[in-house]
Design a protein around this ligand. Structure first.
Ligand code: COA
Ligand code: AMP
Length: 621
């Protein structure tokens, strides 16, 4: 195989030849004659993603190979599905959906914990050409309602409960509450009854999953256009309303299939484990679609890195299932390191089959990098991407050529991604100088073609700032060897334990409190979770409130409206927010303070005394 530089150059100089070749890795009903036109990939090709993930492997003799391993320490269950078994489940579930009137182009919301049926549901939608939208279980009813109203699903698929280490989370009451709040009415909800908690079903609307699937006839694959949507995944933007990232079928299948061998160095038949959640993009791409498109065995882990039952949980799964590639977020490794700093739990397991540890979701701090490398003795590979891109923008592509690692950098842009770091005037920054990380258009296959039902927001959010470039929202720099360093968001999106959250949506909730005059939420550096949200609140004139009581009320409000995943626990009352004379909150300065960076008092500040108060609040003094 050619070296990295050569492969990369070709992907940028001859994208159509490059991706046209990669498309040969996918089965097409109608092979694309055109590789790229007007921002869309493979516009005249037709295929089915589920066929590529399941049917073709069974047809090629992988029927008896494990496709999916559900390892659930929170329920004490391990279940293995072969490719043939998974196909059978998916075909029946697709039949059930078809029976409920779901056809190609209809949307289906999936609000489920980490159970095999969640994967089955996604693939069943893909089989019919229906568009799924998975909502993460840690969001509150209100957030689910917003997504239901935007996606307008014909059917909602859910379960009676999710299981967190300390509690059973009843999903059905959350779903019922969401449907009360939403204006849109799905025709049906299909609910998986788990033994840990029984859900009450609403007659006429709700169906029992097991019975409905049992009664269904298997459905075949529906051929769709490569440009038809496969899924919508809502992600946090800078405002309270989430963005519906759209993924197409053809570009997605080609890019993800290509990434498995070239980025991750994974071969068919190998066990690949992304320890994330199906509610996030990592779960969509690297628990469900990519490993199955590539004929690997994927692991669906229903547990945590620590506490289920101990910090050896990940190493047990690696050893017991023969995991060759492990992918998780740095926060998970930090959680393990905190409880088992000398790595004694890892030493109890045979980890000799593990070849790579890939990390993404947030910046990989050098301490965590060194600790994991020393412990595991395998390459620890930081790679950078986002919900919008669907697969890595920068990585060490071990399947092409392993490059020397530089701690603190996710290595170089991946083939297909023409990364430029731009200054405020749109000029390329010289090596070592920080700027906005952008990607020159066209984006490669697999990345978002638009935002669901909001082309205008897509253009405004990503394309308007630097014409001809996609704005990632991250800041960083390139070094003289072309290695990228991603330093953090330049907008009001924060990253809590690898989960992307909008400070804007938390501000909306806090501002709704009757005693709050105004507020600002920023991400404050946290040793374990990377960042934690912190609210700064100015009370209304005359509101005499106890500060601790105020904090309790606001944290409860954010938990109730956005969900436990926000991990919002700190709200401090301040006398004023730092603002410019024209009334703009000085968020960038607040972010510098929160991250412990040196900050300058802007000349435009209205009242310089506002900043020391923020510093004291962040330090907790
Ligand atoms: N359903 C319901 N509640 C959920 C949930 C779900 N699917 N997932 C998380 N929550 C709840 C948790 O129970 C917790 O609630 P609490 O405030 O009552 O304790 C809250 O949301 C925050 O969850 P989490 O961010 O997972 O924090 P944690 O303290 O429970 O665990 C880590 C910390 C680091 C162990 C955990 O965040 C982790 O494993 N992260 C891995 C990163 C990851 O998966 N990233 C995805 C992108 S790669
Ligand atoms: P999400 O869309 O939830 O996957 O979040 C994407 C954001 O997480 C990116 O825009 C970055 O801010 C951050 N991120 C993801 N991976 C990395 C990484 N390897 N290094 C630094 N930041 C990262």
């Amino acid at each position: 195989m050619s070296g990295f530089n050569e492969v990369y150059r070709r992907s940028i100089d001859e994208p159509e030849a490059f991706w046209g070749e990669a498309a040969l890795g996918i089965d097409w009903d109608v092979p694309p004659a055109t590789v790229h036109a007007q921002g869309r990939w493979f516009p005249d090709g037709r295929l089915n993603t589920c066929h590529n993930a399941l049917d073709r492997h069974v047809a090629q003799g992988r029927g008896e190979q494990a496709a999916l391993i559900h390892d659930s320490p929170v329920t004490g269950v391990v279940r293995v599905f072969t490719y043939a078994e998974l196909l059978e489940q998916v075909a029946r579930t697709a039949g059930m959906l078809r029976g409920l009137g779901v056809t190609a182009g209809d949307t289906v919301v999936i609000y489920m914990p980490m159970v095999p049926e969640a994967v089955v549901a996604m693939l069943a939608c893909a089989r019919l050409g229906a568009v799924h939208s998975v909502v993460f279980g840690g969001f509150a009813a209100g957030e689910l309602a917003v997504r239901i109203d935007h996606a307008r699903p014909k059917v909602v698929l859910s379960a009676s409960c999710g299981i967190e280490p300390t509690r059973v989370v009843a999903y059905k009451p959350l779903l019922d509450d969401a449907l009360e709040q939403a204006a849109h009415r799905p025709a049906h909800c299909v609910v998986l009854q788990r033994p840990q908690c029984a859900a009450e079903l609403t007659p006429g609307r709700d169906l029992d999953w097991a019975a409905a699937v049992r009664a269904a006839e298997p459905a075949g694959c529906v051929s769709v256009a490569a440009t038809d949507p496969l899924y919508i995944l809502y992600t946090s933007g800078t405002t309270g309303s989430p963005k519906g990232v759209v993924r197409d079928n053809g570009g997605h299948a080609v890019a993800l299939h290509w990434s498995m061998s070239h980025v991750y160095g994974a071969a068919p038949g190998e066990v690949y484990w992304a320890a994330s959640d199906v509610g996030w993009v990592v779960g969509h791409s690297y628990i469900v679609y990519a490993p199955l498109l590539a004929g690997c065995t994927t692991v669906l882990y229903e547990g945590k890195p620590v506490g289920t039952p101990d910090p050896g949980a990940f190493w047990r799964v690696v050893a017991e299932h023969g995991v060759r590639t492990l992918f998780t977020a740095p926060t998970a490794i930090r959680a393990i390191k905190k409880e088992d700093p000398s790595g004694n739990f890892a030493k109890k397991w045979d980890l000799s089959g593990l070849r790579y540890l890939f990390l993404a979701g947030e910046r990989l701090d050098p301490d965590t990098y060194h600790w994991a490398s020393d412990l595991l003795g395998v390459p620890v590979i930081d790679h950078w991407w986002q919900t919008e891109t669907g697969w890595p923008i920068a990585a060490n592509c071990v399947g092409i050529e392993a490059l020397p690692l530089k701690p603190g950098s996710p290595t170089r842009p991946v083939p297909g991604w023409d990364v430029h770091v731009l200054d405020a005037d749109g000029r390329d920054c010289p090596p070592g100088t920080e700027g906005a990380v952008t990607v020159r258009l066209p984006l490669p296959p697999g990345s978002l073609p638009t935002l669901y039902r909001d082309d205008e927001r897509f253009t405004r959010s990503y394309l308007d700032r630097y014409p001809g470039h996609y704005l990632t929202g991250d800041g960083g720099h390139l070094d003289e060897d072309g290695y990228l360093y991603v330093m953090g968001r330049i907008d009001d999106v924060i990253n809590v334990a690898g989960h992307r959250l909008s400070t804007g949506s938390m501000e909306e909730v806090i501002a709704s409190h009757p005693d709050v005059a105004e507020c600002a939420v920023i991400g404050v550096a946290d040793e374990l979770k990377g960042q934690l949200p912190m609210g700064f609140v100015v009370l209304k004139a005359g509101a005499e409130r106890d500060r601790d009581e105020m904090e309790r009320e606001l944290t409860a409000l954010v938990r109730e409206r956005i969900g436990p995943v926000a991990a919002f626990r700190r709200a401090v009352v301040v006398s004023r927010l730092p603002k410019t004379r024209s009334g703009k909150i000085l968020r960038a300065t607040m972010r510098d303070i929160a991250d412990g960076r040196p900050y300058a008092t802007p000349s435009t500040i209205e009242d310089p005394a506002a900043l020391p108060e923020i510093v004291r609040a962040v330090k907790g003094t």
